[in-house]
Design a protein around this ligand. Structure first.
Ligand SMILES: [Zn+2]
Length: 276
């Protein structure tokens, strides 16, 4: 059972608005990196993603990883990383028991090392990919393996080893999810296309939240079917699946206009839910 959920951002990157949404302006825009802190009555403090942290800077000091920070310049003050924000909210780094990872891009995993006690939860395909890719090939996919702690394998639990569960009818066209803690509180839902093993979570709190990570960068994608520029298609692992995922989110949004569907880098969506 979820007792509380809070939303924060840990840093942001700067890129052209036109890349994120077709028809957007050709000017630089900040894309904040969202993370959520979920208090679960039985399993304790859970993070959904981590945003950026100082580890991102040390991981991108040398080539080829440096190409990542050149392509996506990151802004992060030391008091903006997740571990600092939690400390201000009286949560010690060792009191984070679980981190659910939407996928393994650096802006979602950079803070893992700051939470040494946390069990990690992700889909297996994403983890296998970051483990197996090296050098330029890894960086070109937004993967920086050095952000993973040395004991990552022993702390990792694959969400998709569990049996798929049927989602409530109002989540149509999404039919199945993985019940992460076997109590219906947090359902992981496949959102393929953006990266291997990319997923979102449905948080069954007083008001449900569907955290969709990078299924789209801007909510206009699922609200108005305004897709990102085709020139960023190369960033997607599967453009066809990415498009289908957005169409499914659009269908869900049309059937449930009040459901909070939150992409991880959409400033407008984040500003509505942010805890400062
Ligand atoms: Zn991503």
């Amino acid at each position: 059972m979820i007792d509380d959920i809070s939303f924060y951002t840990a840093g942001c990157c700067c890129q052209l608005e036109a890349f994120a949404v077709k028809g957007g302006k050709w000017r630089k825009k900040q894309f904040p990196a969202l993370f959520a802190v979920i208090k679960h009555r039985n399993v304790g403090n859970i993070l959904f993603d981590t945003g950026y942290s100082d580890h991102f800077h040390s991981a991108t000091n040398t080539f080829p990883n440096k190409l990542y920070r050149w392509t996506l310049p990151v802004q992060l003050l030391s008091n903006e990383k997740a571990v600092s924000i939690l400390s201000r909210n009286n949560i010690k780094s060792t009191e984070v028991n679980h981190i659910i990872l939407s996928h393994f891009h650096a802006d979602h995993i950079a803070g893992i090392k700051d939470f040494p006690e946390a069990m990690l939860h992700a889909l297996e395909a994403g983890f296998r990919q970051i483990q197996n890719q090296k050098g330029l090939s890894a960086v070109s996919k937004g993967l920086l393996k050095t952000l993973l702690p040395v004991d990552v394998a022993s702390r990792m639990q694959f969400i998709d080893t569990a049996q798929k569960c049927v989602l409530p009818k109002w989540m149509a066209p999404f039919k199945f999810g993985y019940d992460i803690f076997n109590d219906g509180s947090l359902m992981a839902i496949d959102l393929p296309g953006h990266a291997l093993g990319h997923m979102g979570i449905l948080v069954n709190y007083k008001k449900p939240y569907f955290l969709v990570a990078d299924a789209c960068w801007d909510r206009k994608a699922f609200q108005d079917l305004k897709f990102p520029s085709k020139c960023v298609n190369f960033l997607m692992v599967d453009v066809k699946a990415y498009t289908k995922t957005i169409q499914q989110l659009h269908e869900l949004h049309c059937l449930n206009p009040d459901l909070a569907i939150i992409p991880s880098h959409c400033e407008a969506s984040i500003n509505e839910i942010l805890n400062l």
